[in-house]
Write a protein that binds this ligand. Structure first.
Ligand code: SF4
Length: 356
């Protein structure tokens, strides 16, 4: 398997769903109900070691120590923006660096997590894909990001209420770990993040959209669309060659029918490329009949690429055209514009520094 997860000697305890933990406990000669106690220590009390789990026997604590790792990610740097956005750069056990972001909204705090070290999808506007894909994260490494963010929020008496799977990587390329991650953070004995408060974003891996509709429960789905026709989408996102727009939208309709949930289309505005009134009209023709929402994203400048920002008045013009066609639209608020907050920027900076 070229893009496997980390296979160090001991797995992270955070990779186990409560059912898997029960199975392990029974196999280890203990009681299944202890899984609840362990979840409570890990995700509610948020302890740092198995030895702190004082309602477990010494013997069980020792077995846990021998079998699992509990040490979370090592924090390399943390940047805090004036708007409260916090961007972490974490180091994994094998030395790779990943990014996690806390964003503040009026409805709560959301944590944006990474699912892969790098990415191989090759979207032309994205810094995260420049170094290719190194490996998948395992479920525990994704869970640990939410936990670390929650520990930071604990200092403020706040809670991580929402999770967005929109960080580095294509989550549907790491599907099994993604599903395990969703189960673990959704567990009401653990972090208890409601499915409707979780959003997974994909570049459009069509077969996985069907699978996600079947297995993802009420978790929200966002599609990185970025273009109103297949030619333009292929230019911006080479993945459109393998999974063309028409097939992508068919899969989206299936998700909506299956879950009854509204789908989000992410549409980055790239100056002069996809942000003109005719593009807005074409987009409305394409998705106007769907239960959907469009999130317009004024693009972040990527130093390695030649994309420029769409002027403010043109962003609003684009929005107005969609609204006049009855489509629900928002403009994504920028988070942490005074720090390296665009996806992949902090990691890319770190890679340069450590290489040089
Ligand atoms: S935008 Fe997402 S899917 Fe596309 S290359 Fe970047 S990380 Fe990968």
């Amino acid at each position: 398997m070229p893009f496997s997860s980390y296979t160090g000697e001991k797995p992270l305890i955070y990779s186990l769903t409560q059912d898997e933990l029960k199975e392990w406990l029974v196999g280890a000669g203990d009681k299944a109900f202890r899984a609840q106690q362990i979840f409570d220590w890990l995700y509610v009390k948020r302890v740092h070691s198995f030895d702190e789990m004082t309602n477990l026997s010494k013997d069980l604590r020792q077995k846990l120590n021998e079998t699992f790792r509990i040490d979370p990610l090592r924090e390399i740097t943390r940047q805090v923006s004036q708007d409260g956005t916090v961007k972490f750069l974490f180091q994994l056990a094998d030395g790779h660096a990943i990014e996690t972001v806390i964003m503040r909204h009026n409805y709560g705090n959301s944590v944006c997590v990474t699912t892969q070290v790098g990415c191989r999808i090759g979207c032309t506007f994205c810094a995260s894909t420049l170094g290719g894909l190194k490996r998948n994260l395992d479920a525990g490494e994704i869970v640990a990001q939410v936990l670390m963010a929650q520990r930071k929020l604990d200092e403020e008496g706040e809670r991580a209420s929402h999770v967005v799977v929109m960080g580095i990587g294509e989550p549907f390329e790491n599907f099994d770990n993604l599903i395990a991650f969703l189960r673990i953070i959704n567990d009401n004995r653990g972090l208890n993040i409601g499915a409707r408060h979780i959003t997974v974003s994909t570049s459009g891996i069509v077969p996985k959209i069907y699978e996600f509709a079947d297995k993802g429960g009420q978790v929200n789905l966002a599609i990185s669309l970025h273009a109103p026709n297949t030619e333009l989408r292929t230019k911006l996102m080479p993945i459109n060659r393998g999974f063309p727009l028409e097939k992508l939208l068919e899969a989206c309709r299936y998700y909506i029918a299956k879950t009854g949930r509204r789908i989000s289309f992410e549409y980055g505005l790239f100056g002069g490329k996809n942000d003109q009134p005719e593009h807005a009209e074409e987009l409305a023709d394409l998705i106007g009949d769907m239960l959907c929402h469009v999130n317009l994203i004024p693009v972040n400048y990527v130093p390695e690429r030649d994309y420029v920002r769409t002027p403010r008045n043109e962003i609003f013009r684009f929005k107005r055209i969609l609204e006049e066609r009855g489509i629900n639209v928002t403009i994504r608020r920028e988070h942490g514009s005074d720090i390296a907050a665009a996806c992949g920027q902090l990691r890319a900076q770190y890679a340069k520094e450590t290489a040089g």
